[in-house]
Design a protein around this ligand. Structure first.
Ligand SMILES: Nc1ncnc2c1ncn2[C@@H]1O[C@H](COP(=O)(O)OP(=O)(O)O)[C@@H](O)[C@H]1O
Ligand SMILES: [Mg+2]
Length: 275
């Protein structure tokens, strides 16, 4: 047996998501604009990748394209090796956006139960599963509340429980903790990290918060100001399970934060970018 065959067998690569030479251009007033320019990105099974970049660089657009909510003009997207082709929401992809998008007329438990119904989980199992999910996100005792009766942080927990109930194999998250105050944001981030380290699914996570990105992710991808390209990638060598707050005091964390900071500093401000 040759050495290379042994190496292949020893390190099977299972790629969950593969984005190849993805570009998006659009026209306004007969002028063609390039929003995304040749993005190449791989996400392994159970890997957590965070994307940071200047505001307006195309992070949300990239996630929307992967989620099948928007078209691209060049390149390919493969999910579990399957070419996704035209925009359509691929199965097994769960999205969490800045807006928690809870159904206001449904109670907490009904919001969380909905994906179970959609996924065909037997009615006899739904109640226990909802209770389990609400415990997971620290919402015991709130099952019968309505979204309007909850704080922003609690609504975020409900949204998270609902996405967990759907049990996606790929999570696409766009600034999911965006509207929360700084303290709640760190708390929810820490809770989310613990949950993710248990469920271990693939996550592509967009944030403008560099510290959040490093504390959560296995790899941080830095994008340039528009047109969005990938400028740099950093592997985060901090072992898991991590303490979401304590990791911020480690040398590895400081080093990566400084590098990313410099990479972002050298990008032009959003309103100076030519459209
Ligand atoms: N189809 C489109 N029509 C017009 N503008 C677009 C289109 N797609 C993307 N853009 C522009 O691309 C840029 C990227 O936006 P967005 O993805 O929201 O950035 P980010 O999430 O990084 O802040 C924005 O300037 C947006 O207006
Ligand atoms: Mg955005």
């Amino acid at each position: 047996m040759t050495a290379s065959v042994t190496a292949d067998l020893a390190a099977p690569t299972s790629t969950k998501l593969s984005v190849r030479n993805l570009s998006l251009s659009y026209r306004t007033n007969k002028v063609r604009h390039l929003a995304l320019d040749g993005i190449n990105l791989d996400l392994a099974e159970r890997e957590f990748v965070a994307i940071v970049g200047p505001s307006g660089c195309g992070k949300s657009t990239l996630l929307k394209i992967i989620a099948g909510l928007a078209d691209h003009t060049a390149g390919e997207i493969y999910l579990d090796g399957q070419n996704l082709g035209d925009a359509s929401v691929p199965p097994g992809v769960g999205m969490v956006f800045q807006n928690d998008a809870l159904l206001p007329w449904r109670s907490v438990k009904e919001n969380v139960r909905l994906p179970l119904v959609i996924n065909g989980v037997p009615a006899s199992e739904q109640r226990d599963r909802v209770a389990e999910l609400l415990t997971m996100v620290n919402l015991d005792g709130y099952a019968d509340y309505y979204p309007r009766q909850l704080s922003g942080g609690m609504r975020k927990r409900v949204a998270l429980a609902r996405t967990l109930a759907y049990d996606p194999s790929l999570y696409l998250m766009d600034e999911p903790f965006g509207p929360l105050d700084a303290q709640t944001r760190v708390r929810i981030g820490g809770e989310f990290l613990k949950i993710w380290e248990r469920v271990g699914k693939s996550v592509l996570f967009v944030t403008h918060d560099v510290e959040e990105a490093i504390a959560l992710a296995d790899r941080v991808v830095v994008m340039t100001a528009g047109p969005g390209k990938i400028k740099a990638e950093h592997r985060v060598p901090i072992p898991r399970p991590r303490d979401y707050e304590e990791v911020r005091f480690t040398d590895e964390f400081h080093e990566i934060r400084q590098q990313i900071w410099h990479e972002l500093q050298s990008e032009p401000l959003p309103d100076t970018v030519k459209k």
